[in-house]
Design a protein around this ligand. Structure first.
Ligand SMILES: *Cc1c(COP(=O)(O)O)cnc(C)c1O
Length: 480
């Protein structure tokens, strides 16, 4: 049974809103733009609305409620000061079509955030226009494509992607019209250099990598990989969605990368995963700056302005990306400061290794040795339970499960990313529960087979949910 929907508590004559009065004198909406019939909206009181949405929000799970160790996704705490600053009316109530002289403060934020990202990554210039990580990847690949076209080299139709890559990498390459060449990893989870050499030729536009890779392992041969690619005339793309392991420690440009994106909604702590819009700024080396999307924010003698380049790949988003996300990321970086930003990486790496060492007696550790900001296990060592069942059982103990069945290198992947925020006590409690689940898998496996038991919604039929999603309340009523 479900709670009543807001349409069902609707009662004819109730009202929860009061619209502001028209501030524009003499303005009337043209008759042909007015509705002919009233809009079918729920009619409820303000208290009904508040209770309804508060109830719904309590059924949700977020990082403000508990540990959220979702590997690769960096569900780190979103500091409240960032929200406070982003909700200042000078930021909230501006419009992208205002004249540039009234937008100077906002443009300054874009400009100064770009200085910070440049310093952290070694790139020459950034664009904040992309709306998400995958969008940034597409933009970066469009730049890669245009770079080769501008050199009169039309043969470069392939992009190399290692099989440990995030799923968006091959997807973005395909969307951009490239053929994807997958290279296998070694049993240490890193790029197999000989296999890479074997596929590199003059039809390869570039490679997409992330370092540390999605298994949480640092590609030690990165300089050699960069040399192989550059000697071949190809470019290196860095998937910097998650910079948590390298922030303030290593710079992608110094590793040899030419183009990259960053997810402000992961590394720089802005809310995501249903919690807010994203931002996937793209950074490039000097020779690619002119190709960045239009417009770019620049600083000149009079102040800040938009620059439109003839050589740009064009406009890739309405206006200039998600501004308030940039404001939050700017606050996050400045509140850490140069003194502390490298501690993000150190603590994230320490926390991941602590979990790795604490759980390796119960969960298979396919790659031993130091990991970076995340650790990948390959299911339980003993007992009768799959990775899916471990994840479902974690829900009973009040945790959001880690990422499961990714990376694809292992059959029972459990990928845990604790982030830098969590206390020793939180991590110890999580370890205790993971160990308890390992014991249950041996002694009372049926507890895992039917989990979760304590959640509002029990085990879902995931295939049915994907094939026949119910997205309208009227369809839900029909199923009751
Ligand atoms: C999250 C992630 C992406 C995609 O970012 P979105 O904002 O979800 O599009 C790409 N690569 C890696 C490594 C990621 O973790």
């Amino acid at each position: 049974m479900y709670d009543k929907l807001i349409y069902e508590i609707s009662k004819g004559d109730r009202i929860a809103y009061s619209l502001p009065s028209n501030e524009i004198e003499g303005f009337k909406i043209a008759d042909d733009l007015r509705r002919k019939t009233p809009l079918d909206m729920p009619e409820v009181t303000e208290l009904d609305v508040v209770r309804h949405y508060t109830k719904l929000s309590l059924k949700n799970y977020g990082v403000d409620q508990g540990f959220y160790p979702l590997g690769s996704c960096t569900m780190k705490y979103n500091p409240k000061i960032d929200e406070e600053i982003a909700s200042l009316s000078g930021f909230m109530n501006i419009h992208p079509l205002q004249s540039v002289d009234t937008l100077q403060g906002a443009l300054k934020i874009y400009y100064e955030t770009s200085l910070l990202l440049k310093e952290l990554t070694g790139m020459e210039e950034f664009s904040f226009n992309p709306f998400a990580g995958a969008h940034g990847e597409l933009v970066g690949l469009m730049i890669m494509k245009q770079y080769h076209i501008n050199r009169g080299d039309f043969k470069r139709t392939k992009v190399i992607v290692p099989n440990s890559a995030h799923g968006t990498n091959p997807a973005s390459s395909s969307v951009c019209g490239f053929e994807v060449i997958e290279v296998e990893s070694t049993d240490k989870g890193t790029v197999d250099i000989e296999k890479l050499r074997a596929v590199v030729d003059d039809t390869v536009a570039g490679i997409m990598l992330t370092n540390p890779n999605t298994v949480g392992i640092f590609e030690k041969d990165i300089l050699e990989i960069a040399k192989i690619m550059h000697d071949n005339g190809s470019l290196l793309y860095y998937d910097g969605a998650n910079l948590n392991a390298v922030l303030g420690t290593v710079r992608p440009a110094d590793m040899g990368f030419d183009i990259m994106h960053i997810n402000l909604h992961k590394t720089f702590s802005t809310p995501h995963g249903g919690g807010g819009p994203g931002s996937g700024p793209v950074g490039v080396k000097k020779e690619l700056v002119d190709l960045l999307p239009n417009p770019r924010v620049v600083k000149n003698k009079e102040g800040y302005d938009f620059l439109y380049s003839d050589k740009s790949i064009g406009s890739i988003s309405g206006f200039y990306g998600n501004f308030l996300v940039v404001v939050r990321a700017y606050c996050y970086i400045l509140s850490l400061g140069k003194e502390n930003i490298a501690n993000v990486s150190k603590l994230a790496v320490l926390n991941a290794n602590y979990i790795k060492e604490s759980l390796k007696d119960c969960y298979k550790l396919p790659i031993t040795g130091l990991c970076k900001h995340e650790v990948v296990f390959d299911g339980l060592i003993e007992g009768d339970a799959s990775t899916l069942e471990v994840a479902k059982r974690l829900l009973d103990y009040g945790y959001h499960p880690p990422t499961i069945y990714f990376p694809l290198l292992f059959h029972q992947s459990i990928m845990i990313e604790p982030t830098e925020n969590e206390s020793r006590e939180t991590i110890d409690d999580f370890i205790k529960v993971m160990k308890k689940i390992a014991v249950e898998a041996k002694e009372t496996p049926e507890l895992l087979h039917n989990a979760p038991h304590n959640t509002i919604v029990k085990r879902l039929d995931e295939v049915k949910a994907a094939r026949f999603p119910i997205v309208k309340y009227k369809d839900l009523l029909r199923t009751q």
